[in-house]
Design a binder for this molecule. Structure first.
Ligand code: PMV
Length: 316
């Protein structure tokens, strides 16, 4: 069908927040994705129908940002939406919540669907640029890690810079994870601003934390490539501690992290902006994945069971 596009959800395995300051990060696309469909609309307007399933209040909270995001993307693509009369429908199996890349997945899906509808034939790099523009509607000046994972798929090394470094990380086999949702919609912009403020007040302490975060990414890449999941888990635990130290965890996130670890997860940490949103647990093997997901659900929280490191298309 013409006028259709998808964008992957994502999970940041290492260094959300640190990535904003040019420290390398590791991110994976997940199997769940958002689908956008573009069709002709009888009114001279850009109509959006959002049929995605979402955490309560998520869509309401993000409505204004979503409009801004959409306007930015059509402008960047030189589309006169109100003249054309367009309807965009969002759906798919990515549950909208903070930290799972819902905004980036929708931006990528919309960019792809518009490119397809108007026969623009945009490359992945161009789709990524349009989606980044859309992400600015949600996040101000995001690092670009989310839209990159959402566009290219797979497991990615991402480092922000004058030219971003984007490299594929190869794993022998994808590995199971559980994503646990605190059910709290979090404000990434506020979380990022809070880190900046505290960092400016405590430059020495933060330098030490940031240096360790950088170090962890290199160790984590090696461990992921060799399939040493015990080591990956240990590094995820350490990464969570650093994220706690920069003030972006929360009571619920720490609780779900400890539930996952008690159940035998190799490692667990918050994922994404923090202060609510989602956590991620490394659970190699279907059985452990099931156990950890059940333990989290027993406490009354939703989970997503998926894998990281699968190639869904992607970069070479
Ligand atoms: O909350 P999310 O899933 O949008 O993740 C944001 C990731 C941050 O590193 C906190 C911000 C950024 O721009 O990279």
């Amino acid at each position: 069908m013409k006028g259709r596009g998808i964008g992957f959800g994502k999970a940041i395995l290492f260094n959300e927040h640190f990535v904003v300051y040019g420290i390398p990060s590791i991110v994976s696309a997940i199997g769940n994705h958002t689908v956008a469909k573009v069709e002709q609309w009888e009114e001279a307007e850009l109509k959006l129908e959002d049929n995605r399933k979402a955490t309560p209040k998520y869509k309401e909270d993000k409505l204004e940002q979503q409009k801004d995001s959409l306007n930015r993307m059509v402008k960047k693509m030189n589309i006169n939406a109100s003249k054309n009369g367009l309807k965009i429908t969002l759906e798919g199996n990515l549950y909208c919540a903070s930290g799972i890349g819902a905004s980036a997945a929708s931006c990528v899906a919309i960019a792809r669907a518009l490119s397809d509808y108007f026969d623009m034939n945009l490359s992945d790099d161009e789709i990524n640029d349009v989606a980044y523009e859309g992400e600015m509607g949600y996040h101000g000046t995001p690092s670009g890690v989310d839209n990159t994972a959402s566009t290219f798929g797979g497991l990615i090394w991402f480092q922000k810079g004058e030219n971003n470094i984007i490299e594929k990380i190869s794993m022998r086999n994808p590995v199971e994870i559980v994503i646990g949702n605190t059910g709290k919609v979090a404000d990434t912009v506020a979380a990022v601003a809070g880190v900046r403020e505290r960092k400016e007040k405590n430059p020495e302490k933060y330098k030490e934390i940031f240096d360790r975060a950088e170090n962890i990414t290199y160790l984590a890449r090696d461990a992921l490539q060799t399939g040493d999941f015990k080591e990956v888990g240990k590094l995820m635990n350490e990464n969570h501690k650093l994220l706690q130290q920069i003030g972006v965890s929360s009571r619920e996130l720490d609780f779900l992290v400890s539930v996952a670890r008690d159940q035998g997860a190799f490692g667990a940490k918050l994922t994404g902006g923090g202060l609510g949103g989602n956590m991620i647990a490394l659970t190699p093997g279907k059985e452990l994945q099931e156990d950890v997901a059940n333990a989290i659900e027993k406490e009354g929280y939703q989970t997503v069971k998926t894998v990281v490191g699968a190639s869904y298309g992607g970069i070479e």
